[in-house]
Write a protein that binds this ligand. Structure first.
Ligand code: NAP
Length: 243
């Protein structure tokens, strides 16, 4: 059976590294993005140049109609999906809970949680021969992100719970659901939180004394997705330098 994977938020950062990593392992990859068409196309071109198969599909994965269209495009252009990486996520500028509006909180929750539910639903309904899902959570789910973005950390706490519940719900369908919890990875995301150099600032607090790379996260995602992890489900891998 050919391996066909959707990486949500595959245009940049961890998602882009994961898309390229999986393409090298012979997955046909759907690189989803929200706005950055040129970055998504660059990832696809890199994969095709290396002899792989990939398509870029714009869709806001927090919106149900977009998710349905995204999966229909995969059906038509790549075939029946076998693997899913729920990765798309956002941060908003650092702020205390006492200042947060409902609009901000709901944006974080729908982007970071609803999207994982919707994409999981569409994938599971197609994984009639089994499959594998990896959710990208965050070290923030354990640490709480006080004074920075408790809304974001809470959304990742929900992803941890989704991983546990969904893994048990679909285990008898031979679908595995696992989770990685990165922390302090060099990507654009910290700029969106209002502090582009955040990883440098916190480096002295990280036991391994450095930030992580998107490729280091991609390697763990690829392992959990693969048959090498065939008896592993409902598990969490922390990729945060010991923090
Ligand atoms: P990033 O560099 O900011 O990239 C975010 C990606 O998500 C982009 O591809 C973006 O698309 C896409 N995206 C955002 N909203 C979307 C939506 N509504 N629909 C579809 N795509 C959407 O982020 P990153 O650092 O790689 O983070 C990836 C994941 O890792 C997130 O879930 C994040 O919470 C988690 N994480 C990151 C870190 C870290 O230190 N960086 C730590 C822990 C966890 P466009 O390019 O079109 O905007």
């Amino acid at each position: 059976m050919n391996s066909i994977v959707l990486v949500t938020g595959g245009s940049r950062g961890i998602g882009a590294a994961t898309s390229k990593y999986l393409a090298k392992q012979d997955y046909a990859v759907c690189v989803n993005y929200l706005l950055n068409e040129s970055e998504a196309n660059k990832v696809v071109l890199d994969i095709i140049k290396d002899g792989g198969t990939a398509i870029a599909v714009q869709a806001d994965v927090s919106k149900e109609d977009d998710v349905i269209r995204l999966f229909k495009t995969i059906d038509n252009q790549l075939g029946q999906i076998t693997h899913l990486v729920n990765n798309a996520g956002i941060l908003l500028p650092q702020m205390r809970v006492s200042e947060m509006t409902a609009e901000r909180i709901n944006k974080i929750l729908t982007t970071n949680i609803t999207s994982y539910f919707l994409c999981s639903r569409e994938a599971i309904n197609r994984m009639s021969n089994g499959g594998s899902i990896v959710n990208v959570s965050s070290a923030a789910s354990r640490l709480g992100s006080a004074g920075e973005y408790v809304d974001y950390a809470s959304s990742k706490g929900a992803i941890d719970t989704l991983t546990t519940g969904l893994s048990l719900e679909v285990a008898n369908q031979n679908i595995r659901v696992n989770c990685v919890r990165p922390g302090f990875i060099y990507t654009d995301m910290h700029g969106d939180g209002g502090e582009a150099n955040r990883v440098e600032r916190v480096t002295p607090l990280i036991p391994l004394q450095r930030g992580g790379t998107p490729d280091e996260v991609a390697a763990a995602i690829a392992f959990l997705l693969s048959n090498e992890a065939s008896f592993i489900t409902g598990t969490f891998v922390d990729i945060a330098g010991g923090k």
